[in-house]
Design a protein around this ligand. Sequence first.
Ligand SMILES: Cc1cc2nc3c(=O)[nH]c(=O)nc-3n(C[C@H](O)[C@H](O)[C@H](O)COP(=O)(O)OP(=O)(O)OC[C@H]3O[C@@H](n4cnc5c(N)ncnc54)[C@H](O)[C@@H]3O)c2cc1C
Length: 492
Amino acid sequence: MTKSIVCACEDVLVEEVRRAFLAGNRDLESVKRYTGFGTGPCQGKSCVSLVARELLRLGATPAEVLPFTVRPPYRPVPLGALAAIAPDELPLDDGVPVAPAEARTPAAELAPLPARADVVIVGGGIMGLALAYELTRRGTRDVLVLERAYLNAGASGRNGGGVRAQWTTPTMIRLARRSLELCDRFAVEMGVNVWFRRGGYLFLAPTPEQVERIERNADFHRREGLRTRVLGRAEALEVVPQLDPARFLAASYNPDDGVVFPWPFLWGYAGRAEAAGARVATFTTVTGFERAEKRVTAVVTDRGRVACDLVVVAAGAWSKEVAALAGVALPNRPTRHEILVTEPMKPWLDPLVSVLGNGLYFSQSQRGELVGGMGDPLEPEGVVQGSTLRFLARFARAAIDCIPLLAGTRVLRQWAGCYDVTPDNNPVLGPAGFENFHQLSGFVGHGFMMAPAVAELYADWLTGRGKHELFEQFTLDRFTRGPVAREDFIIG
Ligand SMILES: Cc1cc2nc3c(=O)[nH]c(=O)nc-3n(C[C@H](O)[C@H](O)[C@H](O)COP(=O)(O)OP(=O)(O)OC[C@H]3O[C@@H](n4cnc5c(N)ncnc54)[C@H](O)[C@@H]3O)c2cc1C
């Protein structure tokens, strides 16, 4: 095996590019999400041409070796300059590329799909892959994951990597705590570094109402065994001295919350599931389902048909459209959320900071970059993954309000993904429409942190090891049974 390095920032070897190619990834974007090349401080400047040359050598055509999706800003721009732009005068969609160009590997060059599988999972995001892994661990080997694009193409490859236990119901707290435990062990058990760091979460409360809310929550958290504390301004400044104290009254702080780099989670789950016998077929789109009475009998794809005993729809923001292919109506509403990353800085920020009320959040990655996002109340429903100047301007203003020193920090890249929003901000789980047609969707802005714990419980249930209350609580029919309790401690 050659030890030649193509990406010095991320230590990516030629061999890894070759493996990515053999898995069907022929354009730079897919290979980037498969290997992690080009994500380091040089932002691909040194490695893009090397990887492109290697792909051509391996047999990709120049038309397939597409560059990364162009994501503004085109050169590093200080947050201070972006904050000078008035966001309200900017459209929600200002002409920046709306969807990345997706290279498609010719179907003939991919390994054929099996004629049947015990379990077919639609969607190769963290939900689908974590479930595939947990099923194989429990002895269900004949699992097929179908993914429309490349791994990390959906929200799982576009999120903020926040993992927190500060929730408002016992169920969510317990799930999140379990996921945090699994994050602690993930790198060692799965053999892949996920850059997990427990720097805490600091929620800033700018109004007396928000202070009351975090005080109530903190009492409840302590009863659930969390170390959440309400900090006054002075104490919050001990945690993040750069905060502008005029912008908040108090803060909720749990030092045990953390952040991860999401991509390796998918590599880890996919790799271990495949090693145990599951198959992950990328560049394969589910286009329909065959049905007989109360059961789904086969999944139809653009690369053929697969007969199956059980289907799990884990298609994130696309779940509504995938479920509709079987005639099942989900209430989910996909909504774009934008996010950005700045130039790397020396470590200065421990927790993920979030401002209650305006949806701003940011944390510092292990590489020193600030990673941050902010929802937009005017964002319309729809699967849109383009980037806007309006977001940059809104984020810059809110971030500088919170930490004035950020004005000089330069933004390197921005991107967007979709939240999969349900009416009560809770997931849709379990069979819907057909007895063997399961849903694993509707995780809004917190699916990444829930996936490890939810997948364990789901696999237990599917393999006859007991049904957790979660699967009674979050059924699709709850929306027709009567009023539902909303989870409102949502970021973004
Ligand atoms: C900007 C942003 C920030 C976020 N921050 C956080 C955070 O800090 N912490 C956190 O826990 N969560 C966060 N989230 C939410 C989190 O990313 C999601 O809840 C989670 O990734 C959902 O995982 P998933 O597997 O359900 O969906 P996805 O990762 O979207 O995977 C679904 C997959 O299904 C595939 N698919 C779609 N249609 C088809 C089809 N017809 N056939 C085959 N495949 C198909 C898609 O290509 C996609 O890869 C954030 C989300 C966004 C957008």
